[in-house]
Design a protein around this ligand. Structure first.
Ligand code: NAD
Ligand code: ISE
Length: 336
């Protein structure tokens, strides 16, 4: 297989950036088909890239020309497309979250295991970010001693006015949940949400910002601030405190301007720019691995584990207490 023929479902914000990246920045792949319930957008994207346009995602998945599928549609639609791709025996890259509930994710896991082959990768792109990888290498070396605490910040300037309160967890902190499991080689066993005062910029009843606290199996405490209306830009921070020192994600490199008695640098506007290199590496790796017939990125099990933690957070929002995370024992199939 020289060129991997990809079908993309969802031609909204991230769908379009992934189509552009698969076309112009990743080698060895071509987008041959797209689909979106918004046919106007889908048709204009299809015309721009010389791809076929389908009204139904399932028809795109069935197309014999489509060798692998990328799912970038709204969260509630992920499950059905991932299941259809597994049924068709096709590799599928699904944007986070894998599905909206732990039960749905477990169903995907079950179907993938029954297919006998790893087919699913979840879009946790931070695992491909050079700076997170440098943090992981240092932590894995043991030179920081045992990790004790971690402090994370996930801020967006503004957010979709339709967002419900749960999006701070299922659409936002889900990245920290995954990246912290991966960085610390540890499972999250309990979660609690603490609700600060709501920002005046929140107009739809969403509870924002939020502080989410996690405890891991080895006793590390992680705090995550999610703030989707911070006004000033897109800001991702992460610091791990170990026994021998601390390690921190750097701000993305920007020129430093000294002017009018001030020293400043720009803060990026959103995830598209902040993680552009990570997405490119993630997709090049997915294309190469798919052509080799393997999955070597975040798996369906990682997608399940992240949502299981998210469910404990949502429960804590209702009870106001620490809630235990219920994750089943990892099946051998996923011990890779
Ligand atoms: P968006 O609203 O801009 O685009 C989603 C698109 O999906 C829309 O065009 C919509 O019409 C289409 N759609 C909805 N239901 C569909 C269906 N049943 N079949 C086909 N198309 C359908 O949203 P977005 O920001 O592009 O987010 C899309 C997904 O990507 C979400 O799940 C989101 O969580 C994820 N995402 C991930 C990252 C990341 O950093 N990894 C960043 C942004 C978004
Ligand atoms: C978006 O859906 C993403 O996944 C981005 O990575 C995240 O940082 C942002 O907050 C979400 O809205």
């Amino acid at each position: 297989m020289t060129v991997l023929q990809v079908g993309v479902i969802g031609t909204g914000a991230i769908g379009r950036t992934h189509i552009e990246r698969l076309t112009n920045h990743v080698t060895g792949a071509r987008v041959v088909a797209v689909s979106d319930i918004n046919q106007e957008t889908a048709q204009s994207v299809a015309a721009q890239y010389g791809a076929k346009c389908y009204a139904q995602g399932e028809d795109l998945i069935r197309d014999p020309e489509v060798q692998a599928v990328v799912v970038c549609s709204w969260d509630p639609t992920h499950e059905k497309y991932v299941l259809a791709a597994i049924e068709a025996g096709k590799f599928v890259f699904c944007e986070k979250p894998l599905a909206e509930t732990a039960d749905s994710c477990r169903n995907i896991v079950k179907q993938e295991m029954e297919s006998g082959k790893h087919l699913v990768q979840v879009g946790f792109m931070r695992r491909f970010d050079t700076d997170y990888r440098a943090m992981k290498a240092r932590l894995d070396s043991g030179s920081m001693g045992a990790p004790l605490m971690a402090h994370c910040v996930h801020r967006n300037a503004t957010s979709n006015s339709q967002y419900e309160t749960k999006v701070n967890v299922t659409g936002t902190a889900i990245h920290e949940i995954d990246v912290m499991r991966w960085l610390l080689n540890d499972d999250i066993v309990a979660a609690k949400i603490v609700q600060p005062r709501v920002s005046k910029y929140v107009k739809n009843g969403q509870k924002d910002p939020q502080i989410i606290v996690f405890q891991t199996k080895t006793g590390i405490i992680i705090d995550v601030e999610t703030f989707l209306h911070c006004q000033y830009g897109y800001d991702i921070q992460c610091e791990v405190v170990g026994e021998e020192g601390t390690i921190r994600l750097p701000d993305p490199a920007q020129v430093i301007v000294r002017q009018k008695a001030k020293c400043s640098f720009d803060i990026l506007e959103d995830w598209r720019y902040r993680f552009i290199d990570a997405y490119n590496i993630e997709f090049q790796s997915w294309v190469n691995n798919t052509k080799a017939g393997i999955v070597d990125g975040p798996t369906a099990w990682d997608g399940y584990a992240a949502i299981a933690v998210a469910e404990a957070c949502l429960k804590s929002r209702e009870t106001g207490k620490w809630e235990a995370v219920h994750i089943e024992e990892t099946p051998e199939f996923y011990l890779i």
